[in-house]
Design a protein around this ligand. Structure first.
Ligand code: UDX
Length: 449
């Protein structure tokens, strides 16, 4: 099939390169000429394992081409996939300017051919219908267009894997022909395909991300309750997760959810729901529960450093999760803002394996960005583990002790072995965890642990 993908972000580029790899002829366009040039030269603007190789394979096989803006290649495509950005305001309004712009550049000259447009961008319910009406108004009667909703569920850092092994493919369509054509497109993936109407597909995307956000916020509130009642949240999470009705994923407590999707989509769902007169009180509470986590961490820091006037704090990790350089809505940024508000004189020294000096302007002023964990930790009175990068998890007690002024670690992702570190003379405080077992008494691991 001939496919065009509009938008070369992580979703668009992975979709384009993925379908090219499945044997389709794909043209991928973006309005950002610099981005397209970098991609064509093999320098991807984002960190996404396996994607550069996939793009290269598509280019070398002659199945993947790139361009800027409108093109005849888009005009010739049987299916045009829209994967443009749909940012949202702080109160959850999804902004569709890029989507309308992309739609308006399609087929300035009508040729009587019937078209299929698949919307992959996350959009409010009813957008596919509005888009179809808008394009129909510009096409002659003999042409015609079908708009389908094909929401994307891939995760950053796993985009390529999630493209080839999706948890599900959702096809929201209004006609049999459109549903069949989309089926053909996805036939080469052995995925569970759910056919539904367009509104359900659009809502399913928001509902899905909000469900993940709710699960994480539940975990964080349960961790706070564990701390208050002297229980151990990681054990509780394990016990919860062994119930297949609850499941083990997304029960990790810490600094909360960030990134370009979970916060934005949950806010969008809440706004849409209130406009529709069916308030989503649970999703709304999940947003509030997520927002207080930096304050909770700041209070822990205060307790750990009480009485200390000079405060140098190392932040280990800045990206919203490991495996990406993405700082969008990263918990680190909210934490930095909270710490600077509380302690105007605080000195913050940050390190993230994927966030380099070129990204410094994305950080609030006054945060030192270092090229190694050692540099960030040197002379620090405390360190906060913000992102659970493997190389951060590997830092040894010896290194912490020799680099830092005081070996105090606040493990904001529960990713360190607190008992082992504490046994080596450190103070390691997790989230929702019991204080360390007294030295010399190993923590009881249980018969089945
Ligand atoms: C998410 C969805 O998982 C994906 O299906 C959708 O298409 C896009 O949004 P992504 O934004 O890449 O993907 O990140 P994800 O891996 O879901 O993590 C989101 C945030 O939740 C991260 O900040 C992560 O640290 C946090 N998280 C995740 C927790 O705090 N606890 C957990 O147990 C899991």
């Amino acid at each position: 099939m001939k496919i065009a993908v509009v938008g070369a972000g992580i979703v668009g580029l992975t979709t384009a390169a993925g379908f090219a790899d499945l044997g389709h002829q794909v043209y991928c366009s973006d309005t950002d000429g610099d981005k397209i040039e970098r991609i064509e030269n093999g320098v991807l603007p984002y960190l996404e394992p396996g994607l550069a190789e996939l793009v290269k394979r598509g280019q070398e096989g002659g199945r993947l081409a790139f361009g800027v803006g409108a093109s005849t290649a888009i005009g010739e495509a049987e299916i045009v996939i829209l994967a443009v950005g749909t940012p949202a305001t702080d109160d959850g309004e999804i902004l569709l300017a890029q989507l309308w712009e992309a739609a308006d550049m399609l087929w300035p000259r009508a040729d009587g051919m019937r078209r299929l447009i698949a919307v992959k961008s996350t959009v409010p319910v009813g957008t596919a219908e509005r888009l179809e009406a808008r394009i129909r108004a510009r096409l002659p009667a003999e042409g015609g267009v079908d708009v389908v909703s094909v929401p994307e569920f891939l995760r950053e850092g796993f985009a390529v894997r999630d493209f080839f092994e999706p948890s599900r493919v959702v096809i929201g369509s209004a006609t049999h022909e459109a549903a069949e054509l989309m089926d053909r497109l996805y036939r080469r993936l052995s995925a569970t395909v759910v056919h539904t109407d367009r509104r359900s597909a659009e809502l399913a995307k928001l509902a899905s991300n909000a469900a993940l956000a709710i699960k994480i916020s539940y975990a964080n509130e349960m961790a706070a309750l564990s701390e208050q009642t002297g229980a151990d949240y990681p054990d509780i999470a394990r016990i919860l997760g062994l119930d297949p009705r609850i499941g083990p994923h997304f029960l990790g407590a810490g600094l909360g959810f960030g990134g370009s999707c979970l916060p934005k989509d949950t806010r969008a769902l809440v706004r849409l729901a209130s406009e529709a007169g069916a308030p989503q009180t649970v999703a709304s509470a999940a947003i509030r529960a997520n927002a207080v986590l930096p304050q909770r961490m700041a209070r822990k820091l205060e307790a750990a450093l009480s009485g200390l006037s000079r405060r140098r704090v190392a932040l280990l990790g800045l990206a919203f999760k490991p495996g990406t350089a993405d700082l969008r809505e990263a918990p680190s940024l909210r934490l930095i803002a909270e710490l600077k508000k509380r302690y105007p004189g605080i000195s913050l020294a940050a390190y993230d394996p994927a966030v380099d000096i070129a990204m410094k302007r994305q950080l609030p002023a006054g945060v030192g960005l270092y090229g190694s964990a050692e540099e960030a930790l040197r002379g620090a009175d405390a360190a906060i583990v913000v992102t659970e990068w493997p190389e951060i998890r590997k830092i040894s007690a010896e290194d912490y002790k020799s680099w830092m002024s005081r070996p105090i670690i606040l493990d904001g992702r529960n990713c360190l072995d607190a008992h082992a570190l504490n046994a080596q003379g450190m103070v390691c405080i997790g989230v929702g965890r019991l204080p360390a077992a007294p030295q010399g008494i190993p923590a009881y691991q249980g018969r089945h642990a």
